[in-house]
Write a protein that binds this ligand. Structure first.
Ligand code: ADP
Length: 501
């Protein structure tokens, strides 16, 4: 038990009046002090320890005998000799009656690194004019660490929020008012932070169906979770986008908030549709020639006795023709797959492009017998280093398109021009033509123009893309000149000398 605390307090508070009532008050105060869980220490005006409560001795692993009567700075080998505390007690406190919440972060030899909060009061004893200092000590090490943890975690989550590649909205669950919005959503929808904050979702532009949104909000309040696979929204620039919208309710500091995660799935939906369309298109484009082939072959087999030689030849020729169409489509698909996997390797040799062009004319004439298809090359056209089958495929695609998108009987001309380092091969038709605005787009996969005849003409929408890939691996370029009603000319260049990529 420390020295009688009552006496000290009694001494400095009351001087000579040692009345019974006061004694009791002092005892009462003493018992309070002893039960206070935070350490307390009393110093005299020379900064010597008069006494301390049990919590002080427990916390600093000290005994009253080694503490009381000593200068605070000398207690337990000088562990309290902390420059800032010294300054405070020697310089600041004499000028003030108290100091509050003075934080010290100190390594105490017996208890290690601790963060303490000190509160001090100067207490005067009027009678004998002595002065004491009461210091309350609060160990806030754990609290400080927790605060630092919380602050660090707040920084981490704030960063996640700020840098998330999904839009995030935080709403008040009762009012539906937007409390926070992350930069990604601001960029996605093109509205400023001010336009979001304090509003309800349906009060800002992106949501068009206000009634549906209000109903959805009610449902969210009731079920605390809502998910939409593809919600249509409109950006501030008027662009229609589709978003995946997931929101849930959770409690924060005793109240409920709603977090909405908004992911732009416009591109994904477009790709999904492209894939679906592609599967449909491939089945259709492969199915058609196959039906003809099976039909022709079965007729020849089943009706052999009833068919003339001429009829049989005609049927077999048809089957052969459709096999060529089928193998051309499959070939294009394969080239595309190879290009996507970056496994498009060429078998380069010196080739005569005129011979390749003639082959294409011969093959394609069988399908488009009513067209005037011709290869018109200068006589001195030199050999080029290229893959003959790939050049044939490029030309076949271009001539096939030229016929598909031109009226029957019209002229399709393949021509060539020699430059210093490359030759340019062109395919000119007298067909429907292509608006300039679409010139770039038609080289993308599965893009087929609504505006010209593609709706009525069969096709896979990958021919030009395959041409572009094949020309590029040869080190050449592909482009076109065309306008609606004026026909089209597709050009591609092939370097005379192929340099391996
Ligand atoms: P498709 O199998 O649809 O012909 P392509 O990739 O070869 O696919 O061509 C893409 C689109 O470009 C076509 O659907 C068509 O709209 C347009 N196109 C291509 N060549 C021509 C042409 N010679 N004349 C007019 N339009 C063309």
């Amino acid at each position: 038990m420390p020295k009688d605390f009552a006496e000290d307090i009694h001494g400095f508070l009351n001087g000579e009046h040692r009345e019974q009532a006061l004694r009791e008050t002092v005892r009462y105060v003493q018992s309070i002090i002893e039960t206070i869980r935070d350490p307390l220490i009393v110093l005299d005006d020379k900064l010597r320890v008069i006494s301390a409560n049990q919590s002080f001795y427990d916390m600093f692993l000290l005994q009253p005998e080694e503490t009381e009567g000593n200068l605070i700075f000398e207690v337990n080998g000088g562990q309290w000799d902390i420059p800032r505390l010294r300054e405070l007690l020697e310089k600041i406190l004499p000028r003030n009656t108290s100091f509050n919440d003075f934080e010290i972060d100190h390594n105490f030899p017996c208890i290690g690194q601790r963060i303490m909060l000190l509160n001090a009061r100067r207490i005067y004893s009027e009678g004998n004019k002595t002065q004491s200092i009461l210091i309350g000590i609060e160990d806030i090490t754990e609290r400080k660490h927790m605060e630092q943890e919380v602050a660090a975690s707040e920084v981490r989550y704030r960063r996640l929020f700020e840098t998330a590649q999904d839009g995030i909205l935080i709403l008040d669950a009762n009012s539906g008012q937007i409390e926070d919005v992350n930069p990604f959503l601001i960029a996605m929808l093109g509205y400023s932070q001010e336009e979001f904050l304090g509003k309800k979702l349906w009060e800002i532009g992106p949501v068009k169906d206000i009634q549906a949104s209000q109903e959805a909000f009610k449902e969210l309040q009731d079920s605390e979770y809502i998910r939409y696979e593809d919600l249509p929204l409109e950006t501030s620039g008027g662009k229609q986008i589709q978003v995946e919208f997931v929101s849930n309710v959770y409690p924060v500091n005793g109240r409920k908030v709603i977090q909405c995660n908004v992911r732009d799935v416009t591109e994904r939906k477009k790709i999904e549709k492209l894939k679906d369309d592609f599967i449909g298109m491939v089945s259709h484009e492969l199915g058609n020639p196959l039906t003809v082939i099976t039909g022709c072959l079965n007729t020849v087999l089943d009706e052999e006795a009833n068919l003339t030689e001429q009829e049989k030849t005609h049927l077999l020729r048809n089957a052969a023709l459709e096999t060529d169409v089928l193998s051309h489509i499959l070939g294009n698909l394969l080239e595309l797959a190879r290009a996507r996997a970056e496994r498009l390797f060429l078998h380069v040799e010196p080739i005569d492009t005129y011979i390749v062009a003639r082959n294409v004319v011969e093959r394609i004439m069988q399908q488009y017998s009513s067209y005037k298809i011709m290869a018109d090359f200068p006589e001195d056209i030199p050999l080029v280093d290229a893959d003959p089958l790939r050049v044939e495929r490029i030309l076949y695609n271009l001539v096939d398109n030229a016929c598909k998108y031109s009226p029957k009987g019209s002229e399709v001309r393949i021509f060539a021009k020699l430059n210093a380092n490359d030759i340019i091969i062109g395919v000119r038709d007298q067909g429907v033509g292509i608006p300039i605005s679409e010139h770039k787009m038609i080289f993308s996969a599965f893009e087929r123009l609504e505006t010209n005849a593609s709706g009525r003409v069969k096709g896979t929408g990958i021919g030009l893309m395959v041409c572009q890939r094949l020309v590029e691996v040869h080190g050449g370029q592909i482009w076109l000149e065309s306008a609606p009603g004026k026909g089209s000319t597709f050009y591609f260049s092939l370097p005379l000398k192929h340099s391996a990529h």
